[in-house]
Design a protein around this ligand. Structure first.
Ligand SMILES: [Zn+2]
Length: 372
């Protein structure tokens, strides 16, 4: 085992832990800001650090196309290129190939596709995905899988999951173990509990440094997502980290942490920040709304980020109305700060064994809404 996960405290199925990596420790439960193309959009690396993030995510698909994995390696790897010496997790590229490319051909060994940027032809196999992630110098590498489309029949989900399990074996074989680096397998099986169990068992048998739950947040809804977690997590080893891919809203994170998930990534805080949507202790605000035009109060009185500590809501509103780039920058900063503060609060609540009460207080704040 090349990544060490230590469980420090539990509160029911929820756990607080530490993952020791070659690029420093990760306190869990953790939210990883998404740095798709070698940047967390609208944020400098210093700003990302200032939000409290200590691991970020990079996207293999985007980086293999531009600037290219070999180019990133020549520039000293993703950490050096981005000025992010901390841990980086990269996805396998499979999800974006399926969601962003129009012309693609799946076969038993991989997927051939045309770049959405310039139409050039590329091929991704489990071995090539792992090689690219090695070139990027990913701290945590993800096995190549097929994110099963939703909805899928049980037969389609079974075939897709079986393909991902074959690719998981090939991904493991291609991964070069290094101290402090790790490879995660990805559980698939759509919304079918028996398939999720089969997938979890298959991956555990292969043996990974951590286990991701994939194929969720694709339109199934929170209730189904939580029921898949309930059907999957008991079959994952307690000694390794669990990562719910592509999730989610603050409420999704709370529900998944309560079920024993340790790691998350999602574009919600960054994407929402660029479109004037702010996640706050009083729910979600749209800063373009006219009601903020003369509002001199801070965005969120409970937040210490620069958007909240130094500016009024009316200024943020003005920036978006005037289409100034500082608007997306400040709101991205705020949303990432809010997510990191949320995760810190959950970690502390688990250690103090009061997660349920803490979650109830957070939800009560969102439901109460903005003060008049
Ligand atoms: Zn703030």
């Amino acid at each position: 085992m090349t990544l060490r996960f230590t469980q420090n405290a539990t509160d029911g199925p929820a756990r607080a832990g530490t993952i020791e990596t070659a690029h420093g420790p990760i306190e869990t439960p953790v939210f990883m800001p998404v740095g798709t193309a070698g940047t967390v959009k609208a944020m400098t690396a210093d700003a990302v650090r200032a939000t409290g993030a200590n691991i970020i995510l990079g996207n293999t698909y985007h980086l293999m196309l531009r600037p290219g994995a070999e180019r990133v390696a020549a520039l000293g790897g993703l950490h050096r290129m981005m000025d992010w010496p901390g841990p980086i997790l990269t996805d396998s590229g499979g999800f974006q190939v399926m969601s962003l490319t129009k012309l693609r051909q799946m076969d038993a060994d991989g997927v051939t596709f045309q770049s959405h940027i310039d139409g050039s032809r590329h091929r991704l196999t489990p071995a090539r995905s792992i090689e690219i992630q090695h070139l990027l110098d990913a701290t945590i590498t993800m096995a190549l899988d097929e994110c099963t489309p939703f909805p899928a029949t049980e037969e389609q989900a079974r075939e897709s999951m079986a393909l991902s399990m074959r690719w998981a074996v090939q991904s493991k074989a291609a991964f070069v173990p290094r101290e402090g680096y790790g490879l995660f397998g990805i559980v698939q099986g759509s919304v079918f509990s028996d398939l999720r169990k089969i997938s979890a068992d298959a991956l555990t048998k292969i043996g990974f440094d951590g286990y991701a739950i994939g194929g969720l947040a694709v339109g199934e809804g929170q209730e189904k997502m939580f029921s898949v977690l309930d059907a999957t997590i008991p079959y994952l080893p307690a000694e390794q980290a669990r990562y719910l891919m592509g999730v989610g809203t603050p409420d999704d994170l709370i529900g998944a942490v309560a079920r024993g998930v340790d790691m998350f990534d999602c574009v919600i805080p960054t994407r929402a920040g660029r479109t004037a949507r702010a996640y706050t202790s009083r729910g979600v605000f749209n800063l373009r709304n006219a009601r903020f035009a003369a509002d001199a109060r801070p965005l969120d009185a409970d937040c210490t980020c620069p958007a909240c500590a130094r500016h009024a809501r009316a200024y943020l509103h003005h920036l978006f109305r005037a289409e100034e780039m500082l608007g997306p920058m400040l709101l991205t900063w705020h949303n990432l700060h809010y997510y990191q503060q949320l995760m810190r609060g959950l970690r502390t609540a688990i250690v103090e064994r009061r997660l349920a009460a803490h979650a109830a207080a957070l939800r009560a704040g969102w439901e109460a809404g903005d003060e008049p």
